[in-house]
Design a protein around this ligand. Structure first.
Ligand code: CTP
Length: 488
């Protein structure tokens, strides 16, 4: 067992005060788990876990009093207590024998020693404990060579991995998550155990799985995690649509690309430019409907017609099953999936003002994110093609800026309101109002008329006439799109 001393790492007043109380009461208490791991890796962490051999609740209360913290949340049944001190979240727990699960709903039954507690933790790098007693303050208790694993970048379970993973199958996701976040390797025995136990993930709630998946997605190189989830068959348990993206088919010598690896490339590309979780999700989802839309045409080869529309429609079902939010975040992903080919087709073809205006109108404030997705989607083994598309992409970006400045289409509001239309033609709410509004909108997007009130009003009169409507006798041309009647 290693007995290195890390006292210099425990400078925060919480540890000084904790050490005083622990020493005065001659307790065994340790900083343990993720906080120690992150401390040694110099990663920021705000959650401190302190494990106490015996009762953690009294210790928590005494330390809180000395730190002048008035609110301590105590969970008697679970033997835990927690308080906030400045920006830190400090949690106390009695050392226990059974599996450690922060969010377990089962009350703890058996108290244990520090060694019992460390045995039941998920990974050697998460089982490191730093002593708080003055006698050996800052000494690291490392029964499983977690320090070595930390140094070598290895994810290893303290016990036989089959036991550790079956104690809490979510740990299989955690193994992949830590490997991805920290750039570590999962040790071979553990990796084999993941494959053996992958199906056990089915007993874990969707919320807990997605929590880990989102952390993988937010890592610097999320593809690492997805490749591991795929090779261990964990991904198969909850995201079969992504698995279906895999594979290359060849007919008449014509192959399509492996859409699983393409999606991962797009995800990594986009992760270089954004930390937005939902934009990264849009990258994951952008080609999700390629398998169900795939066809082979003897003339043109492989096609995936309508995959953007079907993909958008699949988003709700997938988000619902994965317990992802079904609110504006999902709508945003849906929209980006639906529109993801639009900038690409502009990049590949002739860029007309009206096509750019339509895209701006449909994307609204999400236009920059759509362009980020589109840029990430430019992947090809052919460097010449990539360079060509990238160049055109810049052209489209410039064009978007130009048109945006000129026409202000992004948050397009119809320049003529329904109220004006009703007053002008003496109408009650009816279909014609919608027809007039849409026709004006189309004329602006097509560039037939400018995006201005006067022009739109004139257009309204023309369309009204075409529809056989009669102009009201008391109608006075308004000066702006707020209708004013002359009441005198
Ligand atoms: N733990 C465990 N098994 C789990 C969850 C947690 O053994 N399924 C233990 C680990 O020792 C872990 C500690 O509880 O270090 C704290 O868990 P948690 O806060 O969920 O994770 P962290 O390791 O702190 O990592 P992060 O903060 O990045 O989630």
């Amino acid at each position: 067992m290693k007995t290195k001393n890390y006292a210099s790492y425990l400078k925060h007043p919480v540890f000084k005060v904790a050490s005083q109380v622990v020493t005065e009461n001659n307790l065994q208490a340790y900083v343990i788990g993720g906080f120690v791991r992150d401390l040694l890796l110099e990663r920021p962490s705000k959650d401190i876990d302190i494990v106490v051999v015996g009762n953690g609740l009294d210790l928590a209360k005494e330390i809180a009093t000395r730190l002048r913290v008035s609110k301590v949340s105590v969970f008697e049944n679970f033997g835990t207590a927690q308080f906030k001190y400045k920006d830190l979240d400090v949690e106390f727990v009695g050392a226990r024998k059974e599996s450690y699960r922060r969010d377990s709903r089962k009350p703890i039954v058996e108290n244990g020693t520090l060694a019992d507690d460390q045995n039941r933790r998920d990974f050697t790098i998460n089982a490191l404990a730093l002593s708080l007693h003055q006698e050996n303050f800052g000494e690291i208790i490392d029964p499983f060579n977690g320090l070595d694993d930390l140094e070598k970048g290895i994810i290893r379970t303290p016990l036989d991995p089959d036991i550790t993973y079956s104690d809490d199958p979510l740990r299989m996701m955690r193994a992949v998550r830590f490997a991805t976040q920290l750039g570590f390797k999962i040790e071979t025995e553990s990796l084999n155990a993941l494959q053996r136990n992958a199906e056990r993930l089915n007993i874990i709630s969707g919320e807990r799985i997605i929590d880990e998946l989102n952390k993988i997605i937010l890592a610097e190189e999320p593809s690492r995690g997805f490749k591991l989830l795929n090779s261990t068959k964990l991904l198969h348990q909850f995201f079969p649509e992504m698995i279906a993206l895999q594979g290359v088919e060849t007919i008449d010598g014509k192959s399509h690309k492996d859409n699983f690896y393409h999606t991962l490339e797009v995800l990594d590309n986009i992760s270089e430019n954004t930390d937005k979780l939902w934009l990264r999700w849009a990258a994951i989802m952008h080609d999700i409907a390629k398998p169900p839309t795939k066809k082979f045409d003897t003339e043109i080869g492989w096609t995936f017609h309508g995959h953007e529309e079907l993909g958008a429609r699949m988003t709700y079902r997938i988000f619902k099953r994965l317990k992802l939010p079904l609110d504006a975040k999902m709508k945003y992903v849906e929209k980006l999936v639906r529109l993801h080919l639009r900038p690409i087709s502009l990049v590949k073809g002739n860029v007309t003002d009206s096509a750019v205006r339509r895209l701006l109108f449909e994307a609204g404030d999400d236009i920059e994110d759509l362009m980020t997705l589109c840029n990430a989607d430019i992947t090809s083994k052919n460097e010449f093609k990539v360079q060509k598309y990238k160049k055109n992409f810049e052209l489209v970006t410039m064009k978007l800026k130009d048109v945006e400045e000129k026409d202000q289409i992004r948050n397009f509001q119809p320049p003529v309101s329904g109220e004006i239309i009703m007053k002008a033609f003496d109408l009650k709410p009816c279909n014609e109002i919608g027809v007039i509004k849409t026709t004006i909108k189309d004329a602006i997007l097509e560039g037939t008329i400018p995006n201005e009130f006067e022009a739109a009003l004139e257009q309204m009169l023309i369309i009204g006439k075409d529809l056989g409507l009669t102009l009201s006798n008391d109608f006075q041309m308004p000066k702006n799109n707020i209708f004013t009647t002359d009441k005198k």
